[in-house]
Ligand binder design. Sequence first.
Ligand SMILES: Cc1cc2nc3c(=O)[nH]c(=O)nc-3n(C[C@H](O)[C@H](O)[C@H](O)COP(=O)(O)OP(=O)(O)OC[C@H]3O[C@@H](n4cnc5c(N)ncnc54)[C@H](O)[C@@H]3O)c2cc1C
Length: 465
Amino acid sequence: MTGTGSTDTTARGEHAVVLGAGIAGMLTARVLTESHGRVTVVDRDDLDAEGQRRGAPQGRHVHGLTETGRLIMEELFPGVTQELREAGVLTPEVLTDTRWYFGGLRAHSTSTGLTAVLASRPLLERVLRSRLATCPEIEIRPRTSAAGLVADAAGRVVGVRVGGPGGHEETITADLVVDATGRASRAPDWLAELGVDRPAEELVEIELGYSSRIYRRLPEHLDGDRAVNMAIGPGRRGATMVAIEGDRWHVTLGGTLGDHPPNDDDGYVAFAASLPSGDVHRVLDAAEPIEDAVPYRFKGSRRRYFERLTTPPEGFVVIGDAVCCLNPVYAQGMTVAAQEAVALRDCLRSGSRDLPRRFHRAAARRIDAAWQTSTGSDLAHPAVEGRRTLRTRLTNRWLKRILVAAHRDPAVARTFLRVSNLVEPSTALLSPSMVRRVLRHGSTRGLVPPAPATPSPEPEVGTPA
Ligand SMILES: Cc1cc2nc3c(=O)[nH]c(=O)nc-3n(C[C@H](O)[C@H](O)[C@H](O)COP(=O)(O)OP(=O)(O)OC[C@H]3O[C@@H](n4cnc5c(N)ncnc54)[C@H](O)[C@@H]3O)c2cc1C
C-alpha cells in the first residue's frame, strides 16, 4: 500500500482479504471498501444456507445489540434498521416495552431513547451480508477455509493459504489480511509459523452455561411486552426472552460457575421457575415450544494482547472475537467488533505505515472499557479467579447501589441503560445529581424480596450483580 497526496492520507491498497464472514468480518470488509480496490471475504461455512450455520454456533442464542453497535451498523450500512424492520424485526424502545431485571429487581420503566433490535442472529447476519454483496469491491467466498499466512522475505504478510470446495488449495495474495475468524482463530499459531512471538493471553473463567429454545409467541404473552432481560450474574441465574421475527420467542436461560440450565422439557421450565421473576416462567408454561433446547458452554472471557507484540508483521491484523471474546451475558461482542472496524478505518485514513501496531493499540482502547465491565463484574463473585483492584471493588459496590436505585428511580434506570449501551460515558453515573439519587434510593433496606415460583439453589435477593 502507498500513501497518496498531502490532502488525502488514506492508505490505498489493491486487495484486502478478510478471513471470516461473522459480524466482525462483514463490518471490516465494508470499511475496507473505502481503502482497497478489491476486498475478498472467505468463510469456511456455506453462507447461502438459510438459518443457523456451523461456524457461528452462538447464533442459536439470544444476541442483544447495544445502541452504539446499531448506530455503527447504521453508519456503515445506512437504512439497515429499517431493512430489519421490513424483515419482521421488532424495534421497541429499551425499558418501555421491554422489561429489565438486575439482581431480581425490575428496573423502573421509563423512556431511554434507545432502540432494541430484536433480531435473531442469523437474520442480522443475512441482512448485513446482502448489503455487503451489493458493494462492487466485495467478493464473498463461502466454503473456503483459511489455513495459514504467507510472508515475503522481509516478514511482511502478503497473502493467505486457503482450502476451497473439493479440497482445492491456493494462495490468495493481498496487501492486507484481516483475521476475523472468531474465538477459534489460529492467529497465534500462524504468527509463530512466521517466527513472531505469540501474543500474551488472559482468561477470566466464569463457567457460563446457556440453554436456548424457540417458542411460538402469542399477542397476549407478557401483556404485549417484547422482551425480558433478567441479568445473569456470577453466581446468579438469569434469562433473556425476546420477541424475534416470525412471532417467536427466543429464550436463553443461563447460569454461571457450573450452575447450568438443563435441556429437557421439564428441567427447562423448572429452571425458569427458579428465576427471581416469574415473567419467563409464565410464558414457557403456556407457550408451544417449536425447537429443542440447545446448550452452549462458555469457559470465560479471553483476551489476546496483540498490541504488545514487539514486531507485529506488516500486512496482518486481527479483529473481533479473535482478539477478545467477552462473557456474552453483557452483550458487548458485536459492539466491540463494530468499534474495532471503525478504528481500523480511522487508522487506514491516516496511512498504511505501521498499521498493525497502530490498529491494535486503537482496538485495545475500545476493548479496555468492555473488558473492565465484563471481567470486573464477574470478579464481584469470590469464586471467580482474577486480580481485584481497589477500583474493581469500589465499582462493584457502587454498581450494586445503582441497580437497586434503578428499581426505584427512573432517572437512574435511564442513565444506567444509556451507559450500558455506550451512548453516555460511564462518568454519567458519577454526576452530582446521579450520586444524590443513588445514595437516596440505592439501599436494599425495605425492599420486598422477589418471589420465584421455586427457589434457585442460592437466592441472593437484593444484591444485584
Ligand atoms: C453464546 C453466545 C452469545 C452471545 N451473545 C451476544 C450478545 O447478546 N450480544 C453481542 O453483542 N455479542 C454476543 N456474543 C458475541 C458475538 O457473537 C461476537 O462477539 C460477535 O459476533 C463478533 O464475533 P466475530 O465476528 O469476531 O466471530 P464469529 O461471529 O465467531 O465469526 C467468525 C467467522 O469465521 C469463520 N471461520 C472460522 N474459522 C475460519 C477459517 N479457518 N477460515 C475461514 N473462516 C473461518 C466462521 O465460520 C465464522 O463465520 C455472544 C457470543 C456467544 C458465544
